[in-house]
Design a protein around this ligand. Structure first.
Ligand SMILES: NC(=O)C1=CN([C@@H]2O[C@H](COP(=O)(O)OP(=O)(O)OC[C@H]3O[C@@H](n4cnc5c(N)ncnc54)[C@H](O)[C@@H]3O)[C@@H](O)[C@H]2O)C=CC1
Ligand SMILES: CC(=O)C(=O)O
Ligand SMILES: [Mg+2]
Length: 399
């Protein structure tokens, strides 16, 4: 009760405010930061659009955009109720990576309208972080914005989550002495996060990965109305397993939950292979209580800040945007994502790796720094960095 009161108290008046880089103390200062002085700066940008990066907040700013339809695991709670999460994401951007992020919650669920609004606000920002937009609309929204904007567009629930899960799995498998190529992985909840996580694990070498949603294992022998499931079925479940989570979990080495509270039962955990790995990542309440599953698993992780092994996209989005903004990246591509995942897992030295320490702490300053460096290197190598050797090159020379 006391903690809940403190939580509410920390939200009174919101979690953010704006600040000034240069104090405005006199009429002389006023005439510089505002009219008439500011006109000269506007004209410089009008003559050369890239100067917006030099003379405005664009260089360091990210819009955290949500329509409030898949807020954590709370579902479609609307744009106003989504604000505390989006303010929280913005606060974490600032705290961990000194990125100036703005929460923007939209009162529309219309795909075309969301695309049009984000395109219209894009001149202000150096990047767009899409957050808690439900599947399947999130796929179209992100794909179109990536195509139509020349700044990074990143759906955090897909890619931020995929990056942290891959980092966590690489380390958890090391602890268990298992090889990603040989393990059986069950992903529960085939939405935005579940699909992106699965694709990233397959890209990293996983073979036997089975996706499960409410009606059971996703299987290419079945016809789905949802095109994203048909596509998913083609690349997963090589042995065409069928049945409920309780059935396909038999013999699994890894369970990854991106679904809903309580979806995994203790009996399911007991049917897994020896030394099982359980990532119960639904927020705020995981698929299984870590205190209940803990004694039966080798590695237990959740998305929460109050248990060991937090697997949460907070370990990724500050660093990946820090890197992308610092090199003026036009996009966040697959090479940059893979580099970020490897950077996160590399923070933990082999000698420190342990079943309750597979992921670095969000406060570990090495996390953002390592991701930033790795992401910049990958952006330069893949030709999407606009700042090369400290010099800004024009977008048109890159795309
Ligand atoms: N720890 C972390 O960093 C992250 C955790 N998440 C969590 O993952 C969950 C899903 O998020 P999104 O993919 O963005 O939402 P989404 O709405 O795109 O997908 C959720 C999917 O889970 C399925 N589902 C719901 N209940 C289920 C059940 N009992 N069994 C099997 N499938 C079930 C839904 O049918 C849907 O396909 C949420 O709880 C969210 O908090 C998401 C992103 C990051
Ligand atoms: C962590 C996060 O982004 C989510 O649960 O939706
Ligand atoms: Mg989210």
């Amino acid at each position: 009760m006391k903690i809940m009161d403190e939580v509410m108290k920390m939200h009174v008046g919101g979690k953010l405010e704006t600040g000034l880089k240069n104090p405005i103390r006199s009429m002389e200062d006023l005439s510089k930061v505002y009219t008439p002085g500011v006109a000269k700066v506007c004209q410089a940008i009008a003559a050369d659009q890239d100067k917006a990066y030099e003379y405005t907040i664009k260089k360091n700013s990210v819009a955290v955009v949500s329509d409030g339809t898949a807020v954590l695991g709370l579902g479609d709670i609307g744009p106003k109720a989504a604000m505390p999460v989006m303010e929280g994401k913005a606060a974490l951007f600032k705290q961990f990576a000194d990125v100036d992020a703005f929460p923007i919650c939209l009162d529309t669920k219309d795909t075309e309208e969301i695309i049009a609004i984000v395109k219209a606000i894009a001149p202000t920002f150096g990047g767009i972080n899409l957050e808690d937009i439900s599947s399947p609309r999130c796929f179209e929204i992100e794909a179109r914005l990536k195509q139509e904007l020349d700044i990074p567009v990143f759906h955090d629930d897909q890619h931020g989550t995929a990056i942290v899960v891959l980092a966590g799995i690489l380390n958890a498998l090391r602890v268990c002495n298992k090889d990603i190529k040989n393990v059986k992985i069950v992903v529960n909840g085939i939405g935005a996060a579940g699909i992106a996580v699965s694709k990233m694990l397959l890209h990293a070498g996983a073979v036997n990965l089975i996706g499960v949603d409410r009606q059971g294992a996703i299987n290419r022998a079945v016809h789905y109305d949802k095109p994203h499931w048909s596509e998913f079925a083609l690349i997963t479940n090589p042995h065409l397993e069928i049945g409920s989570l309780s059935e396909v979990i038999q013999g699994a080495d890894v369970f990854i939950g991106l679904s809903a509270p309580g979806a995994l039962k203790l009996g399911d955990v007991k049917r897994m292979a020896a030394d099982p790995i359980v990532f119960a990542m639904a927020n705020p309440t995981p698929e299984i209580d870590p205190e209940i599953a803990g004694p039966y698993v080798k590695v237990m992780a959740t998305g929460r800040s109050d248990f060991p092994n937090q697997i949460n996209n907070v370990l990724c989005f500050p660093g990946i945007f820090r890197g992308a903004l610092d090199c003026g990246a036009t996009e966040i591509n697959e090479d940059m994502k893979l580099a970020a995942a490897e950077a996160i897992s590399s923070v933990i030295n082999a000698s420190d790796l342990h079943e309750t320490y597979i992921m670095p702490n969000a406060f570990d300053p090495r996390v953002v720094e390592r991701i930033r460096e790795a992401v910049i290197r990958a952006a330069l190598k893949s030709g999407v960095a606009r700042i090369v050797m400290g010099e800004r090159v024009t977008t048109s020379s890159l795309i």
